[in-house]
Design a protein around this ligand. Structure first.
Ligand SMILES: [Zn+2]
Length: 316
């Protein structure tokens, strides 16, 4: 079996797969720095909204490897609150050459967000206050022309992670648990702009099919679950702690086998050609209605890129 002890562990914006042989557990440590900040900053999200979207992004990254696919995994919340829609998308690079690509988006009503945070039930979590009631959908596309898989679960519990756990419990194939921390940390400053940046850490563990010793495996699984769940022992966000040290702290008594790490980056897949194609699918009269100051401007919801077209370019 490939894999080796913890020798090559990349620093940041990385998914580090690992295995604990004794417990028949596989896992992935996710550490996001610039990749997460790239998804979250630039939209002016209130911190509570950015934090929820960050959680969704980490869950998407950590879960992607749990499905055997090389295409796209997206998580989408739809709900009745001040943040009615969030999307986090993980897309493998073509031929898996280069970093996997992340993008995400939250639709929100700033006034309602402020009111929910100010006046909401203090016993409720940020997710309960801001998202309200709704669902969480997993969509997996393994590649062009391949089957599309979709699973849906209710937004249930105080966090997105709790809803994902409920989904894992429903699923027969996936015995897994995940922990996520998202927050702002001071940016190592050498320029202008915000002096803090979004970071996130996450760890997902997945139980392998138990073989010869089901009872012992149960015990081992509970032991590893407890290690992952024990918060406060280590801040998954700390940029000074290497991924290697983080894994050693999380599982101090286990021999860990590390696999080839995978890099991720913030990268949208919008393009002028795609926007052009979408525009042309509208009737000419509707496009004509979009003309403002002599041009049609389309803004990508994910990355805030602006695409400008003259009426002539659109054959108006
Ligand atoms: Zn875009």
């Amino acid at each position: 079996m490939p894999g080796e002890s913890l020798t090559h562990v990349a620093a940041d914006d990385v998914v580090q797969p690992f295995q604990i042989d004794r417990a028949d557990v596989r896992g992935r440590l996710v550490r996001l720095g610039a990749a997460l900040d790239g998804v979250l900053s630039g939209h002016g999200y209130p911190d509570a909204v950015a934090s929820l979207l960050g959680e969704l992004v980490v869950v998407a990254v950590a879960t992607a490897g749990a499905f055997k696919f090389q295409g796209m995994l997206s998580l989408q919340t739809s709900s009745d609150g001040a943040v009615p829609l969030m999307i986090a998308e993980y897309r493998a690079a073509p031929e898996n050459e280069g970093p996997a690509r992340l993008r995400g988006y939250a639709r929100y009503d700033a006034a309602k967000v402020a009111a929910a945070l100010r006046d909401g039930d203090p016993k409720q979590s940020a997710m309960e206050r801001l998202l309200g009631k709704g669902s969480l959908a997993f969509t997996v596309e393994s590649g062009p022309g391949a089957d599309r898989y979709q699973g849906i679960t209710a937004l249930d519990g105080p966090t997105i992670v709790e809803s994902v756990h409920a989904y894992f419990r429903q699923s027969d194939q996936l015995d897994a648990a995940i922990r996520v921390d998202v927050g702002r940390v001071a940016r190592i400053s050498n320029g202008t702009g915000s002096n803090s940046a979004w970071r996130a850490g996450g760890v997902l563990i997945q139980r392998m099919p138990s073989r010869a010793y089901p009872e012992r495996d149960d015990e081992e699984w509970r032991r590893v679950l407890a290690l992952v769940g024990s918060s406060g022992r280590l801040d998954l966000l700390d940029p000074k702690v290497t991924a290697r040290d983080m894994l050693r702290h999380l599982f101090p008594e286990d021999d860990l086998r590390a696999y080839q790490p995978l890099q991720v980056e913030a990268r949208c897949r919008c393009s002028r050609d795609r926007v052009d194609m979408v525009l042309r699918s509208f009737p000419a009269s509707e496009i004509a209605d979009m003309v403002v100051d002599g041009e049609v401007t389309v803004t990508c919801e994910f990355c805030n890129s602006h695409y400008r077209f003259s009426p002539k370019e659109l054959n108006l």
